[in-house]
Structure formats: C-alpha cells, structure tokens
Design a protein around this ligand. Structure first.
Ligand SMILES: Cc1cc2nc3c(=O)[nH]c(=O)nc-3n(C[C@H](O)[C@H](O)[C@H](O)COP(=O)(O)OP(=O)(O)OC[C@H]3O[C@@H](n4cnc5c(N)ncnc54)[C@H](O)[C@@H]3O)c2cc1C
Length: 389
C-alpha cells in the first residue's frame, strides 16, 4: 500500500520534522508490530488489554507532551499528533491513548498542584494509571451545565454521588477526572473537576461496556458513584467552581485531536482505495480506468489536501499558543464531516467488498461515525462558530 503519510504528496510542515518525524516512525512501528496483529482480538474483547498500555508507556508513547520531570517526554502537541496519526495510519483507531495523552494528562499539568503532578503524571506516563474524563451523564450531554453528579464536602473529603455514561476507557481507567457540582445553586460556576483513583475508593462501580457500532476495541462505559469518598486534595485547581472554565480552556485541544484522527483516517482510506481500484477489474479494465473513479478520487484527494493544510496550520497555531476555540471547533466539525464523506465514498469504490468486515474500509466506515458526535457534536461546534460571527 502507498504510505498514508505520503498519499497527498504534501511537504511536511515544520512541526512534523526531526524528532516529531522520528516519533511518528517509532509509533507507526509500535502500532504495526504490537497492536495491529492483536487488533481483531481487542475488537472481540471490546478493549485493548492493560499490557498493551504498559508497553506503550515503556515505548515512550504515553504523555509525550508532559515535562520530563513528571515522567513525560517533554514534547508538545506536535508529538501527540504524531502518535495519533500513527494510530490512524496503521488503523488501530480504538487504542484510546489520544484521550489519555492529550486530554486527561494536560488537566493535571495545567491545573494540578505540584504535589498532584508529582503523584499522578509519572504513573500516567508508564500506563500504571489509565485516564478517562467523565463529563457526560444520562441527562447531560451537549448541555454540560446540566451535570447532576454532586460532590459534597465532608471534613477533609468529598462525597461523590451520581452517574456518568459513554465514558471512553471506562472499563480500564483507574484515574478518572469527574465533572461534578460542588455548588448546584451556582450552575456553571458551581462546577468542579475532582480526581477519582478507582483503585483507592469504595462505592465506585462500572456499568456495562457499551455495545457500540464502531470503535469496538475501545471500551466505553457507564460509571456509578455511590458515596465515593476522596480527599479534598483531589480537587483540580486551587478553589472550587473552576471546573467549567477549565473545561472550556482544554476543549480546543480535545477538538483539534479529533481532527488529527480524522485526517489520519482520511489519508489511510485514500491510500487503501487507490490501491484497490488499481487491482480490481470490471468490464475488462481496472476500476481506476473509469472516469467516475478518477473524478471521485480527484475530488476526495483535493478535499483531503485542503483538510491536511488546514489541520497543519491549526497545529502550528496551537503549539505557538494561538489556536482559538472557534478555529478548533472548525477543525473538529469540518475534518470529521470530511472523514465521514471520504470513508463513505471510498467504501462505494470497493463495491460489495467494502461492506465486508474483513476489508479495512468497512471498519473505518463504522469507526468514523462517532467522530461527528463526541467531543461536542458537530451541531454544537457550529453553534460556537456561529457565536463568533
Ligand atoms: C463512543 C463515545 C465516546 C464518548 N466518550 C466520552 C468521554 O470519554 N467522556 C465524556 O464525558 N463523554 C463522552 N462521550 C459523550 C459525548 O461527548 C456525547 O454523546 C455528546 O456530547 C452528545 O451528547 P448526547 O449524547 O447527550 O446528545 P444530546 O445532547 O442529547 O444531543 C442530541 C442531538 O441534539 C443536538 N443538539 C443538542 N443541543 C443542541 C443545540 N443547542 N443546538 C442544535 N442541536 C443540538 C445534538 O447535536 C445531537 O444531534 C462519548 C460518546 C460516544 C458515543
């Protein structure tokens, strides 16, 4: 197969050169050798095993952008992008280390006390702790202000009650950032982020590993908190009520990261499909010789190129501290929409084989769908972009 990284024939942006490029190559090797051969088993078990997380930690693929003093590799979001792109290019999209690396760990780095950083980040970097963030509840998805999970102060502890759903890494995670209300009267201003180390507490229960249509190798769960007690020192930030602001500040990176997965899968889908249509014959010629195939792929390659250039620009801005939330929302919505379109059109060019699970395009079709939903639905992204008009 033509390399997905080279399928668009674009020059590499400055941020993807040198050590980021080397990390991409190393992550691609790791995913190809350690994860891809077992991926069918992980899909069947509906989770990647803990051992693979530890191996990823040992290989330096966890917390690549965390400072070295906390066990990370001292990189930037460019390094995280390289790892997520490798996952997408190899086609092991259900390995949830993107969320662990560039969503969970940064909350600790940005809002944790020195003590919290020293306690948790090194274990997140080895994979001893697997991270999750629990925002969504059965009654609060897009409208995060409606969160009902309650954290009440009781001496030097918080007592947490409530339930969460759709939580990525939910079966494996032993380090969960829980979005709670510490003061329900105050709405968004009464929201706080509190860490629950699940190995350390009583009253925490995991519900079902939810039966999804795609991303089968990624565990997604309900979580229940019944009088779960954690020390007040597990609050993120120096005072209560900061949770909503912290979420708003971190969501742009989460949204950009969804764009990373999108552009990586788009490139893989194109690479695979171009190979396929050159091989497959109908009416005495290769499928690529039909003008419709060429026009379709020409359109998709053009749009993918626009997407990649936009994505690269977003990363450049982000690592220089200048990616605004509106542009991050554009990257999430536009790239995930394009991902859906590209995998659908590529599947069509595979004919009936595209509908067979043994063909990678079929899995991509299933895995791509959720990208328009999680991390804030694409409708919510448009709402945020609309407010800037
Ligand atoms: C596989 C998977 C993994 C996930 N991982 C996590 C995770 O790790 N942590 C976590 O906290 N959550 C996670 N989620 C939850 C996800 O973020 C929510 O599903 C998403 O934010 C939408 O919320 P909802 O499902 O309640 O939909 P709703 O909020 O009920 O939305 C239903 C529909 O109404 C639309 N809608 C809602 N409000 C508006 C509006 N104001 N204007 C226009 N349209 C609107 C939505 O766009 C959508 O189309 C995950 C979800 C999935 C499916």
């Amino acid at each position: 197969m033509t390399s997905p990284a080279e399928i668009l024939g674009l020059p590499k942006p400055a941020w993807a050169a040198d050590e980021v490029g080397m990390l991409y190559d190393m992550a691609t090797r790791f995913m190809s050798e350690e994860i891809a051969p077992r991926y069918d088993e992980f899909e069947k078990n509906e989770m990647v095993d803990r051992e693979s997380w530890l191996k990823a930690g040992a290989a330096g693929l966890l917390c690549a952008s965390m400072p070295e003093e906390y066990g990370g590799s001292g990189g930037t979001f460019a390094h995280e992008s390289a790892i997520i792109e490798a996952i997408g290019h190899v086609g092991v999209d259900g390995f949830g280390i993107g969320l662990h690396n560039s969503i969970v760990a940064p909350y600790i780095l940005h809002y944790g006390s020195q003590e919290q950083k020293k306690k948790w980040l090194p274990k997140l970097a080895t994979g001893e702790l697997i991270g999750a963030i629990a925002m969504t509840e059965p009654g609060a998805g897009s409208d995060l202000q409606g969160v009902k999970t309650r954290a009440e102060k009781d001496g030097n502890q918080y007592r947490i009650n409530g339930s969460k759903t759709f939580i990525t890494n939910g079966q494996l995670a032993n380090f969960i950032i829980v979005v709670t209300k510490t003061d329900p009267e105050k709405g968004a201003k009464g929201t706080s982020l509190i860490i629950v180390e699940t190995d350390e507490v009583e009253g925490f229960e995991r519900g079902r590993n939810l039966d999804k249509i795609g991303l089968k190798a990624n565990d997604t769960s309900e979580l229940f908190f019944n009088d779960v007690r954690v020390p007040t020192s597990n609050l993120l930030g120096h005072e209560e009520g900061q949770g909503f602001i912290q979420l708003m500040q971190q969501l742009p990176q989460e949204r950009l990261q969804i764009g990373t997965g999108a552009i990586a899968m788009i490139e893989r889908a194109l690479a695979l499909t171009i190979d396929y249509v050159k091989e497959r014959k109908a009416f005495g010629k290769a499928i690529i010789d039909f003008q419709n195939t060429q026009f379709k792929l020409a359109e998709l390659k053009t749009e993918a190129t626009i997407g990649r250039v936009f994505y690269n620009d977003c990363v450049t801005r982000h690592i220089n501290g200048g990616l605004d939330p509106v542009t991050a929302s554009m990257s999430k919505y536009w790239l995930s929409d394009l991902q859906g379109k590209v995998v659908d059109e590529c599947l069509q060019l595979h004919g009936g084989y595209g509908y067979m699970n043994e063909y990678p395009i079929a899995r991509m079709f299933r895995d791509a769908r959720v990208q328009r939903i999680y991390g804030g639905t694409n409708e919510i992204m448009k709402l945020l972009i609309g407010r800037s008009l």
